[in-house]
Design a protein around this ligand. Sequence first.
Ligand code: SF4
Length: 322
Amino acid sequence: MEPILSVNNLKKYFPVYGGIFLRRQGWVYAVDDVSFDVFPGETLGLVGESGCGKTTLGRCIVGLYASTAGEINFQGSNLAKRDRQQLKSMRLKMQMIFQDPFESLNSRHTVREILEEKYRIHGVKNQHSGPQLATLLETVGLSPRALARFPHEFSGGQRQRIGIARAISLSPDLIVCDEPVSALDVSVQSQILNLLLTLQQEMGLTYLFISHDLSVVKHVSDRIAVMYLGRIVEMADRDDLFASPSHPYTQALLSAIPIADPNAPKQRIILEGEIPSPENPPTGCRFHTRCPHAMAVCQKEEPVFKPINHECDTHFAACHLL
Ligand code: SF4
């Protein structure tokens, strides 16, 4: 099967300016040489601590940030080689759901205006009649009466439903979900996750699902990529990753997931220190400053991202222990 999205050696560096003359003094290596494929109809979970570059990666894919280097191929086309008009029509098929539904919705516009704006920006006509907008809202579990109301009149969960309605309004093929439930109460999170899963089945959607919460990612993903300091360090099918995590960072993340059974044996791996600055990432393996298994070679040589054994072509990790 051909991937719907193929990201090859993607880099996104942000310049750092300082001094009296505000000259460039360095770079923040937010995303540094990341490659992966997403296949039609699947959900690829992208997980890591805050600051690891996962949101920047999602924003590069949907075109909110220009990438520094690398390729993004969507439905077989390299986005960098498309002209503005072609890019605009391709963006119709690629949408984003944001972390903070309140921030991402214009508070001075009614829900009707928010949804109509999406059609107008993309030059889509005859789609924003009242009945069609009402149907769109019902699809995400809201009453059509919501069309005349403003974002501040809704709860957080309802606002995220409006954000989802906006994302699906143009019948996309791929949606980048950037921490779509992390700003919501736990009781509402599962409702939104279940809505996303239902829409995926009904509309044949593909998701890139970004989250810092492994238990949320586990609930929705088919495959999971673990990101650390701008790089993917492990990628595998969901069940495989949870059954046999190979990278020490993934092992530490999994050990931090609470288990409902208080008698279940569990040994939490505590990572010492903070995630290093992406402005000055460690040499060799970027995880060596926190890794409980670090060896001398880890400081000097960057581990290759490769299959964890010869028989497996679906489980990859980057670690000198493998
Ligand atoms: Fe730890 Fe070394 Fe593996 Fe990096 S390469 S995760 S420092 S053992």
